[in-house]
Structures are given as structure tokens and as C-alpha cells.
Design a protein around this ligand. Structure first.
Ligand code: ADP
Length: 163
């Protein structure tokens, strides 16, 4: 069975992420979408909330599992029997740091390979940061995040603004 991991911060999951999730799920037998917790970065959503949002938007994808980890990606992959990491590439500027991460991961766990999926051009501009920025201005989020989570994202951003 070919199990792959799609790691990221997903703070929150966007339509760009979901596009990569669906395409990777069609290529591999099982895809683990893993919220990687970076202790130096405090997100808008807690890791558990991010997992719940991803679960909500991937409900209809039976071979997609969602998890959250504080481990090194290479250790997580080894422990979960995954030998492929999936990454989405938006622009050439993503490439340099992604290729470096891919090489580090292969150094830490020799069998671990990384595959890159190019972004769908419709989502090339999209990032979680853009979503939060747009939500702060009350913009319509329907082109940015899956419809099931629009209200939740908007509410959280409003709460943060009120604080
Ligand atoms: P961001 O906060 O920039 O959205 P994440 O850490 O959550 O980034 O991203 C996880 C992975 O998803 C990375 O491989 C990133 O390149 C990819 N990704 C993020 N946004 C998109 C998009 N719009 N299209 C394709 N891939 C994307």
C-alpha cells in the first residue's frame, strides 16, 4: 500500500490545499494530511481546530486521514509507514526552500521521497495568510476556503479583531 503524507500548517486549510489533497488522494492509496505543530509559530487556530476543519472538508474522501504532530516529519513518516511526502508548489520562489526540506528529510530517513504537485493556476495566489487577511476586511471567502468552513473562519478572525 502506498501511503503518503501531506504536511503543513493549514492555519486554516484553503481551497489550494484541498486541491492538492484531492489530487494526491487520487494518486496514493492513503493520504495522511498532517498538521505540523511548530512551537515558534502561534496560529490563529489551535492544531486540534485545524485538524477538525480539515476533517470537515475531506469527509467525502475515504482514503484521507487527518492527524497532527509535534515530531520531526521524517520521524513521523517512519513511524507511520509512509515513504512519500507530498508538497504543493505555487511559485518558483517556493521551490528553493521546498527542495532543501526534501533533501533534509531524505537525509534523516533514506527511503523518504518527496513529490511536488504544481498548484492549480486558480489557486496560485492563495495562502492561509491571504485568507486571514481577506477575512479581516470582511471579504467574501468563497473563492478562498471550502464553503463548509467559511463561517467558522470568519468568526474566528472577528473574535481575534475584537480582542
Ligand atoms: P501556507 O500557510 O503558505 O498556506 P502551509 O504550510 O499550510 O502553507 O502549506 C502546506 C503545503 O501546501 C505546502 O507544500 C505549500 O506549498 C502547499 N500549498 C499552500 N497553498 C497552496 C496553494 N494555493 N496551491 C498549492 N499548494 C499550496
Amino acid at each position: 500500500m502506498k501511503r503518503a503524507i501531506y504536511p503543513g500548517s493549514f492555519d486554516p486549510v484553503t481551497l489550494g490545499h484541498l486541491n492538492i489533497i484531492k489530487r494526491a488522494a487520487a494518486i496514493f492509496d492513503e493520504l495522511i494530511v498532517c498538521v505540523m505543530v511548530n512551537s515558534s509559530k502561534n496560529g490563529m487556530f489551535t492544531p486540534e481546530e485545524r485538524v477538525a476543519l480539515i476533517e470537515k472538508v475531506t469527509e467525502e474522501l475515504p482514503n484521507v486521514k487527518v492527524d497532527c504532530s509535534r515530531q520531526l516529519l521524517a520521524d513521523y513518516a517512519r513511524e507511520h509507514g509512509a515513504k512519500v511526502v507530498v508538497k504543493g508548489l505555487r511559485a518558483v520562489s517556493d521551490y528553493e526552500s521546498e527542495i532543501q526540506m526534501a533533501m533534509i528529510n531524505a537525509k534523516l530517513y533514506k527511503e523518504l521521497d518527496t513529490v511536488f504537485l504544481y498548484t492549480s493556476p486558480k489557486y496560485a495566489y492563495l495562502s492561509s495568510t491571504v485568507v486571514k487577511e481577506m477575512a479581516r476586511y470582511g471579504a467574501d471567502l468563497s473563492d478562498f476556503v471550502p464553503r463548509q468552513i467559511i463561517t467558522q473562519v470568519q468568526n474566528r478572525v472577528n473574535e481575534a479583531l475584537e480582542r
